[in-house]
Ligand binder design. Structure first.
Ligand code: GLY
Length: 399
């Protein structure tokens, strides 16, 4: 299909599906307020269970077959648990939650110089960034500033990108769509007294991603592999997705969030238009289920007999709520409504755990790496983090 035909097809589909999304019953402000309050109180209780299940020198990672799975602080997800604690504290003012957040920051701080991959943004900005935003404690800001300095050591001028993972026998210089999320730390650091180089690198990386990761239908590859000696793209591949031309759901969510965030910092209309295109691709896709929590890949061959990915739903919800801030009234209604429906789905018994169950995590049914049978249909820290963030965003902007 040519790119124009593809666009027409997507538009036609979207005009069919969008009214369905918008016309699904719109929750009242009162209902949303109650839902947010109930979930935040639940989170404060449930995360004390998660704390009990997590040794003091480790971070929670998942829960499977009745067993808690934890990680060291080098794991890319180590910032999400402290970040979630800060979100819960922000809403509830629960001092026990704050004390736990502080303890976990203390074991995480050493990662501010981590250069093993690109994920220092997830690790440090989601944790220390929130800690600084909420408390104003300058020591937390110093940690973010240091992390930004180390983050840009992975910038490769030859490919105009930050290298996500180190090379191996299969890939020379892989850059993954997830990397868009880590740019927030650089843009924030530049805007808050840091070097302009942080911003320049973030913008350059985003522009390269826009050029090389995205397909004409506004879906994204997970991995683009580059040749550092020529700067050329070697190959574009699936990584955690179903196949090389599929739309891996979390990757699509990272991109939606990442380009919405790029617009927040730069006000560049190209990023905004791109984020809208991605949102429309995701919301109008024929394989998007009615509860708006995607399957782990939009093109998973086993649909509908394959797991959903609550983490992708949570990231999309939070991103759509932000996107709603930047668009006209009509688009705002669609995106905010879709975000609210996603949050309500996640908060329903279909996805949310009962108190004391699920190892202390809030949400069930996320997927880490389906094809490697790793973390399939389990709780994951980032699903909880973006769910909480989405609830707080809804409260801040739409109540
Ligand atoms: N590669 C990080 C993720 O699973 O989203």
């Amino acid at each position: 299909m040519t790119s124009t035909l593809r666009k027409l097809y997507a538009l036609a589909l979207f005009s069919l599906v969008a009214p369905m999304i918008v016309s699904a019953q719109k929750p009242s402000k009162k209902a949303m307020k109650k839902m947010i309050a109930e979930n935040m109180q639940f989170a404060a209780s449930q995360y004390k269970v998660l704390q009990q299940n997590t040794p003091a020198d480790r971070m929670p990672r998942s829960f499977n077959n009745g067993k808690s799975i934890t990680s060291d602080t080098e794991w890319w997800c180590s910032g999400f648990y402290p970040g979630s604690l800060w979100y819960i504290y922000e809403y509830t003012g629960d001092e026990q939650i704050k004390a736990e957040a502080e303890r976990r920051l203390a074991i995480l701080e050493k990662e501010k110089r981590y250069t093993g991959n690109h994920d220092i943004g997830f690790m440090i900005f989601c944790s220390f960034g929130n800690a600084y935003r909420i408390t104003g404690n300058k020591q937390y800001k110093d940690v973010v500033d240091t992390a930004a300095v180390y983050q840009i050591t992975r910038y490769r001028p030859a490919i105009q990108s930050i290298q996500s993972w180190n090379g191996n026998k299969d890939r020379k210089c892989p850059v993954i769509i997830d990397n868009m999320m880590n740019l927030e730390q650089l843009l924030w650091a530049a805007e808050n007294g840091g070097s302009q180089q942080f911003r320049d690198i973030a913008v350059t990386h985003a522009n390269t991603t826009l050029k090389n990761h995205y397909r004409p239908d506004h879906s994204t590859f997970h991995i683009v592999d580059y040749d550092l000696s020529t700067g050329e793209v070697i190959k574009k591949i699936n990584g955690q997705g179903a196949h090389d031309t599929s739309a891996w759901s979390r990757g699509q969510a990272w991109g939606l969030y990442g380009f919405t965030m790029m617009y927040r910092f730069t006000k560049d209309q190209t990023y905004l238009q791109h984020a809208k295109n991605v949102a429309d691709f995701l919301l109008s896709h024929p394989n998007m289920p009615a509860d708006l929590i995607p399957y782990w890949d939009y093109n998973a061959p086993q649909i509908p007999n394959t797991p959903r990915d609550a983490s992708a739903g949570a990231i999309m919800a939070s991103a759509l709520l932000e996107l709603g801030q930047y668009v006209d009234k009509k688009d705002k209604a669609r995106y905010v409504h879709a975000g609210a429906l996603m949050l309500r789905s996640l908060a329903s018994p279909a996805y949310r755990a009962n108190l004391g169950e699920n190892g202390g995590f809030l949400l069930k049914h996320s997927v880490g790496f389906f094809l490697q049978n790793s973390e399939v249909d389990v709780p994951l820290t980032y699903a909880d983090y973006y769910f909480l963030e989405g609830l707080l965003r809804y409260k801040k902007w739409y109540l």
